[in-house]
Every structure is written in structure tokens, then in C-alpha cells.
Design a protein around this ligand. Structure first.
Ligand code: NAD
Length: 503
């Protein structure tokens, strides 16, 4: 791969359409900012409706191209596997690009990028395992079977947190099945997706199978969503944007998969090992500076251990090292976009005005070396209630509200009292209680005595306003394929259509 942080720095990055790197029609480029300094570090092309249309046309042509359409599933799987090898070879470079663009810790991004190839390999193996069915119809001399086939051109719109990881979960299965793709990465983090496109080219995918159009959401993203040539849209991002996209896509009856926001409940019972559980709660909400869709930001703690738990949590939170993402000693880095700082200040202040107390953090760090970056201290809000504004809305930052509870029934109703339904967690040694929670909680994922433990072979997805559709595991192969019903009459005779035989 030619790209590296050093070659991207100060450069203009073009769009990737039909296997060529092209300038945007408008000639307009947009700056991408380094979250540690707030300074621009490269520019990307601002794709307009014409560029988007070119990309969808290229993807459609690639979908029909025998070089892609008429290769065996096994050979398609091999291409995806080749991509896995290239991602592995370039994992550390991709990690540096990702960190530079979104401010997440380099050590975390390295681990994430080194894990991605396993996901590509996993889905590459599924390319030739998507089976149809034989249907025993109630007619003689008839064979009825189903075929699973690719759906066509898939538009993928991704967010700024973990752009390549989010993309891989849908791109890998999509390609394994034989679809073609137009990707619109977040305008805050486009560099890593462009770097991946270079690897896709190197892996030998035919031109147009994967296209990348960069630009803003309301411009480039909107043009993609409204394009009638798409077969499906996969959107990962906020619930507000998801609602707009689903409505716009509906004008052309384009189906969507929605991976949206969350406000996940994290429940702690009195029988737990406090230190271990504190680590779980801290990892669940402060990892990646709270910029994870599954962040356990509403923490319900059994009243019997509330004081001891809060004390341990505040002590542990105070030891979290906020620092430069390239520094291996840092535990959390800056937020990816500056608007997040204002948002967090607003919500924390509203929590205080509604009666919550800041027990840790609650401000930007005062250290001089962090003064230019978009940093925010991990924040614990005690005396919170589930109806406070900061407990209702997704903050997408390192803020957790702690609420005591005394009855299991009340806790379940509080946990479910949210418009989201992405994830949930429970800590207890009582397996019956854990299973009661798993049965009753209205969330797409339940973690028991762990949190944020995800694997590409597990099915993930949200309920309620956290979206619909699944990623991971075999379920996703069904999301990106469609069923064709085939009926074959081998009787050798066609009955008179006007003779109706009653049983
Ligand atoms: P966002 O909704 O602001 O933007 C996401 C993407 O949508 C970006 O690429 C953006 O350019 C594009 N976009 C914005 N407006 C658009 C429009 N009108 N038409 C088409 N595209 C448009 O989200 P974000 O701030 O980038 O990401 C954070 C959000 O993503 C959080 O809510 C988080 O919970 C969610 N998220 C969900 C998951 C999941 O799997 N459920 C994973 C990661 C992030």
C-alpha cells in the first residue's frame, strides 16, 4: 500500500470510482482535522450527486460484469481472503491512519486492525456455503427449490468511530456473496476507507466492485441515499440521521439496514466482586472515550453496595490516563470531533441542574499538553435518576450516570425505560437472576459478567430506536442475499389450465 500517514499528510485525496482515482466533478475538497491539535491534516474530495451517480453506475456495471458475476463462489471467497492477507500486512499502517483521523488510541487501533483479517477470512469461507432449500410442494413431478443470490449494489454509510471495523462487518459478507458496493465514509474519518480501497484494488477485485465517495452527510450521503440504482442501504450512525435516511430511501423503496445509537443499561448486583465489576463498568463506558454505540452509560447498582461501588468506581476513574492517542501509556484519547465537547458540557450541566452530582471528571483536562486537543475527562455522575436528560439521550462520550436500585423488578423496568435497545449488561453470581434479566431486557445484546465483548461470528443488532437488521455470524449472509423461488415441472405434460380438479 502506498498510503501512510506521511503520504496522506497535507495531500488531496481523490474519490475511488470504477477502479480509478478521480477528482470530484466540483473540484471542491474538504479539510479533515487532527483531533489532537484541531489542525487540518489532509483534504478529501467532496463528491456531488454526479460523482455519486457515477459510482452507483460503476457498481451496477461491475455487478453485471462476468468478471465478477460469473466467477465461482469459491473464487470470490479467495479474493476476500486475499484482502484479509493484505489488511494483515498493512494493519499497523491502517492503525496509524485511523488514530490520526479519529483520535482513538494507537494501541487500540493496532489491535483492532490486526483482528480485522480474521473477519474477512471468516466471511470468505461463507462465500460457497449459502445454501438454498428444496421445498416439498403438494404437486407431483414438480421440483421446487430456492436459490440465494446477491442483491446488487449496496450503499454503505459509516460513522467516525472505528470506521474500518464498522465497515468490515458488512463489507466482508457483502463481497463474499457477490454484491458490489458504494461506500460513503464519515467526513471526519475518510482516510482509512480510502486506504482500504487501495488494498481492494491490490487484491484484484474487478473495477467498480467497491467504490468510495467522500463528502458530507447532507450532500454526498444524501445523494447516495436518494439514488434509485441502489439495492440496499446499510447505515451505521445516529438514530436521528437513520430516521432521515430510512424516510428518503423509502421514496425509491430501497430497503435499509440500520445500526443506530444506544443508551445501554449496565446492572450491578450486590453479590459481585467489586473490583472486577468496576473494571467491567469502566471498560463498558469509558473505552474509546465513550465513543462506542454500546457504551453502558446508564449504570444501575444494587443499593446494598451502592456507596462502596461508587467509591471504587470513582477511585478507578481517577486513575484513567487521558492522553495523546499515540502514547502507549494513555488509556483514553481525545474525542473525534470538537462539537462533542460542547455537547458533553451541556449534558453534564443539565444533569447537575436536575440534581445529579459530579463524582469524577465533568470537565476538560487542565494539562497543558492536552490544551489544543478535544479531550474530556471520564465522568461519573452520582445521584442520577433515569429520567434526567443526560440519562435519556445518547451522549457518545465518557459520561456514566449511577442509579441505585433495591428491587429486581424495578431495575428491569428502569433498564427498559429508554427509547434505545442496542445492548445491556448484568453483573451477578446468581445465574437464575442473570437469565431473568436476559429474558426481560429489551436489547439486541446481553452481556453477563462481561461487557463490550464482541465477535464477528456473533449476531449483533439493535431493537427499538437502535435500528434493525443484524451484523455478524451467518445471519448477515441472509441480509445481503435474496431468495429466488424456482419451480420445475418434469412431468413432461402441461395440464389443461381450465380443468380444475377438486380433491
Ligand atoms: P451520524 O449519524 O452523524 O453520521 C453517520 C454517517 O451518516 C456519516 O457518514 C454522515 O456523513 C452520514 N450522514 C449524515 N447525514 C446524512 C444524511 N442526511 N443522508 C445520508 N448520510 C448522512 O453519526 P456519527 O456521529 O458519525 O456516529 C456516531 C453515531 O453512530 C452514534 O449515534 C453511535 O451510537 C452510532 N453507531 C452505531 C453503531 C451500531 O452498530 N449500532 C456503531 C457505531 C456507531
Amino acid at each position: 500500500m502506498k498510503r501512510a500517514v506521511s503520504t496522506i499528510e497535507g495531500s488531496r485525496q481523490n474519490l475511488y470510482i470504477g477502479g480509478r482515482w478521480v477528482e470530484p466533478h466540483s473540484g471542491v475538497y474538504v479539510k479533515s482535522f487532527d483531533p489532537t491539535t484541531g489542525m487540518p491534516w489532509y483534504e478529501f474530495g467532496n463528491a456531488d450527486a454526479q460523482d455519486v451517480s457515477d459510482a452507483v453506475d460503476a457498481a451496477r456495471a461491475a455487478f453485471e460484469n462476468p468478471q465478477w458475476r460469473r466467477i465461482t463462489q469459491t473464487d470470490r471467497g479467495k479474493l476476500v481472503r486475499r484482502l484479509a492477507e493484505l489488511v494483515l500486512e498493512n494493519a499497523d499502517v491502517l492503525a496509524e491512519i485511523e488514530t490520526r483521523d479519529n483520535g482513538k488510541l494507537l494501541k487500540e487501533m493496532r489491535a483492532q486492525m490486526r483482528a480485522l483479517p480474521d473477519s474477512y477470512t471468516y466471511f470468505s469461507g461463507m462465500a460457497d456455503k449459502l445454501l438454498g432449500e428444496t421445498v416439498p410442494v403438494n404437486k407431483l413431478d414438480m421440483l421446487n427449490f430456492t436459490m440465494r443470490e446477491p442483491i446488487g449494489v449496496v450503499g454503505m454509510i459509516t460513522p467516525w468511530n472505528s470506521p474500518l471495523m464498522m465497515l468490515t462487518g458488512t463489507l466482508a459478507p457483502c463481497l463474499a456473496i457477490g454484491n458490489t458496493v458504494v461506500i460513503k465514509p464519515s467526513e471526519h474519518t475518510s482516510a482509512s476507507t480510502l486506504a482500504l480501497a487501495e488494498l481492494i484494488e491490490e487484491a484484484g477485485f474487478p473495477a467498480g466492485v467497491v467504490n468510495v465517495v467522500t463528502g458530507g452527510g447532507k450532500t454526498t450521503g444524501d445523494a447516495l441515499v436518494r439514488h434509485p440504482g441502489l439495492s440496499k442501504i446499510v447505515f451505521t450512525g445516529s438514530t436521528t440521521t437513520g430516521r432521515t435516511i430510512a424516510a428518503n430511501a423509502a421514496q425509491n423503496l430501497i430497503p435499509c439496514q440500520m445500526e443506530l445509537g444506544g443508551k445501554s443499561p449496565h446492572v450491578v448486583f450486590g453479590d459481585v466482586d467489586i473490583d472486577r465489576t468496576v473494571n467491567g463498568v469502566v471498560a463498558g463506558v469509558f473505552a474509546a472515550a465513550g465513543q462506542t454505540c454500546v457504551a453502558g452509560s446508564r449504570c444501575f447498582v444494587e443499593a446494598s453496595i451502592y456507596d462502596r461501588f461508587v467509591e471504587a468506581l470513582v477511585e478507578r476513574t481517577g486513575r484513567i490516563m487521558v492522553g495523546h492517542p499515540m502514547n502507549d501509556a494513555s488509556d483514553i484519547g481525545p474525542l473525534a470531533i470538537p462539537e462533542q465537547i460542547g455537547k458533553l458540557k451541556h449534558y453534564v450541566a443539565s444533569g447537575v441542574s436536575q440534581g445529579a452530582r459530579i463524582a469524577a471528571g465533568g470537565k476538560q483536562p487542565s494539562r497543558e499538553d492536552l490544551a489544543d486537543g478535544w479531550y474530556y475527562e471520564p465522568t461519573v455522575m452520582t445521584e442520577a435518576t433515569n429520567d434526567m436528560t443526560f440519562m435519556r439521550d445518547e451522549l457518545f462520550g465518557p459520561v456514566v450516570g449511577i442509579v441505585p436500585f433495591s428491587s429486581e423488578e424495578k431495575m428491569i423496568s428502569l433498564a427498559n425505560d429508554t427509547r434505545y435497545g442496542l445492548a445491556s449488561g448484568i453483573w451477578t453470581k446468581d445465574i437464575d437472576r442473570a437469565m431473568r434479566f436476559a429474558n426481560k431486557v429489551n436489547a439486541g445484546t446481553v452481556w453477563i459478567n462481561t461487557y463490550r465483548s464482541a465477535a464477528f461470528m456473533s449476531s449483533m443488532g439493535g431493537f427499538k430506536e437502535s435500528g434493525y437488521g443484524r451484523r455478524g455470524g451467518f445471519d448477515v449472509m441472509r441480509e445481503f442475499s435474496r431468495v429466488k423461488n424456482v419451480v420445475l415441472d418434469y412431468s413432461g405434460a402441461m395440464q389443461d389450465p381450465f380443468v380444475i380438479r377438486l380433491r
